[in-house]
Every structure is written in C-alpha cells, then in structure tokens.
Design a protein around this ligand. Sequence first.
Ligand SMILES: [Zn+2]
Length: 336
Amino acid sequence: MSADPTATDAGGELFVPAVTGSARPDARALPVTPVTRFAPAPTGFLHLGHLVNALYVWGLAQATGGRVVLRVEDHDRQRSRPEYEAALLEDLERLGLAPDEPPLAAFRAGATPYRQSDNGAAYAAALGRLREAGLVYACSCTRTTFAAWEADHGRPWRGIGCPGGCRATGQDDPAGPTATPATPGPALRVALGAGTERWVDLLAGPMADEPSASGDLLVRDRAGNWTYAFCVVVDDAANHVDLVVRGRDLLAATPAQIRLARLLGRSVPPQFLHHPLVRRVSGQKLSKAERDTAVREMLDAGSTPAELFGRAARLAGLRERATPIEPAALGALLRA
Ligand SMILES: [Zn+2]
C-alpha cells in the first residue's frame, strides 16, 4: 500500500484522466472580479470530486477578487433529500468554505431562491418568455422513440429537434406547468435554432459546436421536473454568475446552455471552466453512495480540511504532491 493517501483508497485507486492543456487557467484569461458558483445537488454526500470543484471555485474567486454564490440544485424532486442539503451545509462549514451569497443561514431559515425547489416561479416566468417567442413545444418522445430511431439507423439519435419530430406536431401544454410542486405532464422542449456557438473554455481552450446538433433542449421532463440545463441557465442569469466552473462531463452541454441564455435575453453569456473529473481506475465516476470518498467520512476519520484540499489539488493535477493547503490559500494555487 502506498504511503500517499491520494494514490490508494479503501474502494480502489483514484485518478484524473490525462487532459490536454494545463490544469491551471492562463492568468491573463481570468475574468476580473467574477461571480462564480458552487452548486451541488443534494442527492448524496459531498465527495472528493466536489472538493476538486470547490477548489477551483473558491480558488478562482480568491485569485481574482471574485465572489462565490452557493446554490442547492434540487431540481430533481425524486432524488433530492433535505438531509443531504443539511449535510452539505455542515460539510462546507467544517471545510472552512463560506459562500459570499447567500449566508448559509438563509438555507436553514426556510425558502430561498438559491434553492431550486423554491425557485419554480422564476423557471415558470422564463418558460413564459420562451413561449411568447413561440419556441416551446410538447415532446412525446420516450426511450422507446430513441431506441426505435437507433434500430432503424444503426446509430444513436443525433439531429435537430427530437427524433419524433414533435415540434411540427406537438401541442404546448395549454395550462402551463405549475410553478411548484412538480406535477406530471408532457415533456417540454425549447427550439434552439440553427448556427454555431463559439467560446473559449478557460481550461479546454477554444470551442465551437452547434447547440441544436444533439436536439432541442428539454426544459421540463414528464415527471414535472424542470431540467438541470434549464434551471442553471435561469439561475446563473438571476445570480449574475459570469464564470461557470464545473466538470468536463458537462462540456458537451455548454453550447445549448449558451444558446438558451441568449434566447432568454442574456447578451453576454457566462465564461466557462470545465475541469477534469476524478475517477476510479476502473473508469467509474465517483458515486455519492460510496462512503470512502465522502468528505464527512474523511473529516470524521481525522483528516484536516487542509489535507483534503491537498489531495484534491494533486488529483486535479495542480500539484505534484498532496501537501496540505489551507482553504484561505486556494487562490495561490490557481494564480501560480
Ligand atoms: Zn419528441
């Protein structure tokens, strides 16, 4: 067994796949005093993967004089749990990570627009604006529709709209979705339109893709949940977030989110930084169900926040060794 705590873990080795480019953004490209956000879903405990994300979020805010917004992304009402939200607030306190907006007490006091399940009125209002522009349609496609298309064509569906061609035939939900709570109904998509979106990712470099190439954006699913992509675009605009820091798994979703931001009236979309994801050697993503990488388990077992940030920095490729880093010193890691 290695003496290096990053190299082995109770459940298997952890690593970050090699990525092109540096793990550290070009200091000259960093925005000036950005608003960024830490936005976990309360569907499990914070783990080492979240810690890598937090390291970039708070580190970039420290390095640029920016601010951190905390958002609880519990748009998925079937999987989110209040006890996980309580745990993540507690874990942030134990790690010494304080958001600039809102104070943690705002979440404990009750409803807040920084919690997606309390923010349904904002999503309904945004949907209303897209409806007025004639961009929303009901989509009756199911997994079976996608599977049938794949069987016919010998490859997974990719195209404009949706495989069933629902924009031409589908009816928008005449009653409109209720703001809250989620109620089942037709799935709703927004037509993204043609053209390419170009942006410069702060780590992945220059990017260009057609937002609609993999279909129109789902804004509400059949269970009545607002979708992740829709909520975050509405929330980022409302919170004036202009630097989105998240994992590489969301890189492909970015052009559609930039386009949606434009459709909702945001003339300057946010900048993006997509960092590498921590994985197991087996190739699996870390799971919130696995306790060996849970932040609270590691703190309970005696690790200090500085030791955990040291591990995260090494996993992210920001340092060669997992030497401890105090939470207040994360900015220096990203400025270097
Ligand atoms: Zn459809």
